[in-house]
Design a protein around this ligand. Structure first.
Ligand code: ATP
Length: 268
């Protein structure tokens, strides 16, 4: 994977995040059969921010991402993205507006090549056949080439996705999101199951992407968070417990009590 372009300095990123929120939830609640998994969350994500979301099992991290991308519907509150409240929109509409979600398990087309997987992900009429039989414009080919470069698969466009390593499949899937040009990416444990080298390359990839997009990463691997986080949000029992730098988080007694103290450094 190529070396990541220099990311924004933390101070700039923080200033940017204060001035230009790209996503903002207010009073957000999500209930499952009366059980409140999210209880009044006010969360703001800045432009060009790489935000890590941590917290013990069941804290509500995945549910928060699910609410933002429209997979679950909030029972109360708003999710502002640009001028739009996403709270009542359908999942595909939210994706079209520029929010890309990646789940933990890779969902690439194993029989197709890396290039074809990216080609299929271009914004286009639905269906594999129209996608693979139509001619690509120069602009589309450039977009695929740029994405291959970003995700470190420039030398493997003809490899079938099934023959890639676990890490490479995850990067390809991130590429399949990037090619749709989202403003916000929502990632669930993007480095899970990766080798140490792949984990580091994934961290660098996130920094590169966050130079012009915003990312929320749900993560359990505290070593990874410590290495790449600028701002961390800690959730507990459906609420935001603390937000700040990793240093702030590590020195917070409440966080230590509910999270770090109990879970240890690296989850199994
Ligand atoms: N579809 C669902 N139906 C019922 N309860 C759910 C559903 N999804 C999540 N929950 C509950 O909501 C709470 C928050 O779950 P969530 O998966 O968001 O936590 P998390 O912080 O992502 O946890 P983990 O780190 O274990 O993935 C949990 O108590 C969970 O059991």
């Amino acid at each position: 994977m190529p070396k990541a372009a220099p990311a924004q300095a933390p101070a700039e990123a923080e200033a940017g995040s204060l001035d230009t929120p790209v996503l903002k939830t207010q009073g957000l609640e999500v209930s499952f059969d009366g059980f409140k998994a999210i209880r009044g969350v006010d969360f703001t994500l800045g432009r060009g921010e790489l935000r890590f979301l941590i917290g013990p099992n069941g804290a509500g991290k995945t549910t928060l991402l699910d609410a933002i991308c429209g997979k679950v519907k909030p029972s109360r509150g708003s999710i502002r993205f640009g001028g739009t409240d996403l709270a009542k929109l359908q999942e595909h509409r939210i994706a079209q507006l520029g929010i890309g979600r990646k789940f933990q398990a890779p969902s690439v087309f194993a029989e197709l090549t890396v290039y074809e997987n990216l080609e299929l992900s271009l914004k286009q009429p639905r269906g594999i056949w129209p996608a693979l039989t139509r001619r690509l414009s120069g602009e589309q080919r450039d977009a695929i080439d740029r994405t291959l470069e970003t995700i470190g698969l420039r030398d493997k466009p003809k490899w079938t996705a099934g023959s890639l390593s676990h890490g490479e499949k995850q990067w390809l899937e991130i590429g399949m999101l990037l090619i749709q040009d989202p403003q916000v990416l929502l990632l669930d444990e993007p480095a899970a199951g990766m080798t140490d080298k792949e984990t580091m390359q994934t961290g660098e990839l996130l920094l590169t992407i966050a130079s012009d997009r915003s990312i929320i990463v749900v993560e359990h691997d505290m070593e990874f968070v410590r290495e790449y986080a600028r701002t961390v949000t800690v959730m507990h029992e459906g609420q935001i417990l603390r937000e700040g730098s990793m240093d702030d988080i590590q020195n917070d007694d409440r966080v230590a009590e509910v999270y770090l103290g109990r879970r240890g450094e690296r989850h199994a």
